[in-house]
Design a protein around this ligand. Sequence first.
Ligand SMILES: [Zn+2]
Length: 300
Amino acid sequence: MAWFTRDKPAVKRADGEKRVRTEGLWLKCERCGQIVWRKALEDNFQVCPKCGHHGRLDARARLGLLFDEGRFEEFDQYLASTDPLEFVDARSYRARLAAAQEATHLRDAIISAGGNLNGRRVHVCAMELKFVGGSMGTVVGEVITRAIERSIQKKVPLIIVSASGGARMQEGAISLMQMAKISAALMRLDEARVPYLSVLTDPTTGGVTASFAMLGDLNIAEPGAQIGFAGPRVIEQTIRQKLPAGFQTSEFLLQHGFLDAVVKRADLKNYLSKALDFFLRSAEQGAVEDTGPSAITRAS
Ligand SMILES: [Zn+2]
């Protein structure tokens, strides 16, 4: 579901005079209903300038937002799924992958990158929701695991920006194994005392929420993001109870202790930078065991 809908295409009036074509130039905000110039929205990283609604941001724009001057190098961009189960549903998985690759110019649902954030070297993995729903299969699992291992080796902090429908069902149990693989690698990152910050964006669900997205030294979400494991309808049917209003939003989860902070997109870069200052300073001062990054997270 897109947050922003396209304006209606230009129509020919009865008197034969054509209206100016405005298709795609103007977009309607799904929350406040106001018409926003597409360029203004892009310049504002998809946040509605009228009401502050956070629209979805693709992986490349996300990296542009976080890295200084929008400059970064990419890693592991040539890994591609081999369709291990030769899966076919309404379409073959192979065809689905090919279509997604063509539409996004990515091999899979993630970009792994390195660069500077406010002058400090960081690794950032950003998930791409437009690629088969940002689902996590073998490639996403492997790319993230390699990013973690690179962070351990180079002692460079890691940030993962999630946007995902969960595990990729076309890769069955093999996609579920990625949860354990990534979680185990994050444990090694923690032991190496390298900070990991998780940023949850709209939507973050399923096996991604159930593994690395909730394992950060800090788990930070954007305003109004849908974050959960199963969808609300499935939960209601299972527990036979009406769910409270705002269930599975960032704000609700913050209130109930599942998140450390909800941070606006405009403030995100500086927030991450400050958090890294904090973690790295306490690591330098040898604040071992009791006040280290993971201990602070557990205590908060
Ligand atoms: Zn709006």
